[in-house]
Design a protein around this ligand. Structure first.
Ligand SMILES: Cc1cc2nc3c(=O)[nH]c(=O)nc-3n(C[C@H](O)[C@H](O)[C@H](O)COP(=O)(O)O)c2cc1C
Length: 261
């Protein structure tokens, strides 16, 4: 595949992985791709923690589960979330942004038997009424999706923590911002390399959402003060091609000469 094909075919993989470990030669390629990411002054402010042992996966799965349960009770989080949730494929394709709710959580069986349009309408009504959703969260509605994602984390052939080493800060007032940009590029190189090897990657953001959880991860994996855990990735070989994705048209974000709203 040429690079353009890899870029446009890459998808976030939220499904199961094949039950086989990632072979060393493939992992080395992903790491090698990451290593060549650009950074200001070539500071290379990144580190990777490769996680293959079961007990560490279990710890991260537990943190993920607890974090998601917490999110389902958090009215503000749910409100922000609702803005980006599409309840039907049609809505998603038309909008060209956000995520499809059913890609993120397995809907209760009842929804699977209803006509798609009705399901979409019910889900939209729920999302439009976040207070009731957070009440449901307090009643435990988040437990099922939380468990589902936790199991995926635990059963992933490989987990990777991407970490920023702030001792490698470039000069200038913008140093922190440039480091963040560099780590983003580093991760994108990993995603593209993985995609070209038929390896799926999913960001698992939930356990890194709060300062408290990030602190727990720092302690769990023995990171120092100069290490900022940026993201958790789960990786594995894919069974099948990934689902679709959408983007807004470039005309919606391209401006010429001066910004025009
Ligand atoms: C910083 C960042 C955090 C993300 N966190 C999550 C996550 O926690 N769970 C998830 O399933 N996808 C996550 N994603 C993936 C996005 O949802 C995905 O890139 C977007 O919906 C577009 O889909 P695509 O990557 O398949 O094209 C994250 C992506 C980025 C860049």
């Amino acid at each position: 595949m040429d690079v353009f094909e890899v870029i446009t075919n890459r998808r976030s993989h939220r499904g199961e992985f094949r039950n086989t470990p990632i072979v060393d030669v493939d992992l080395e390629k992903i790491i090698e791709a990451a290593r060549w990411a650009p950074s200001p002054f070539n500071v290379q402010p990144w580190e990777l923690l490769i996680i293959q042992e079961e007990h560490s996966k279990i710890e991260l799965a537990k943190l993920t589960e607890q974090a998601i349960i917490k999110q389902f009770k958090d009215k503000q989080f749910l409100e922000d979330n609702a803005r980006w949730m599409c309840t039907s494929d049609e809505e998603w394709q038309t909008r060209g942004d956000g995520v499809l709710l059913s890609d993120h959580v397995t809907l209760p069986k009842l929804f699977q038997t209803l006509p798609k349009k009705l399901t979409g309408n019910i889900l939209r009504a729920l999302l439009n009424n976040i207070s009731s959703l957070s009440i449901l969260g307090h009643l435990g509605i988040g437990k099922m999706p939380a468990k589902e994602i936790a199991i995926q984390v635990e059963e992933s052939p490989l987990l990777i923590l991407v970490v920023m080493n702030t001792k490698r800060r470039p000069p200038g007032d913008g140093g922190n911002r440039w480091m963040w940009l560099s780590v983003g590029m580093f991760i994108q190189n990993m995603l593209l390399a993985a995609s070209s090897l038929n390896i799926g990657i999913q960001f698992i953001s939930a356990p890194l959402e709060s300062d408290e959880d990030r602190e727990k991860i720092r302690t769990l994996f023995n990171f120092g003060e100069n290490h900022e855990v940026m993201t958790l990735l789960r990786l594995g070989y894919m069974n099948s091609d990934d689902v679709n994705s959408v983007r807004i048209n470039s005309s919606e974000f391209i401006h010429y000469e001066k910004y025009m709203d």
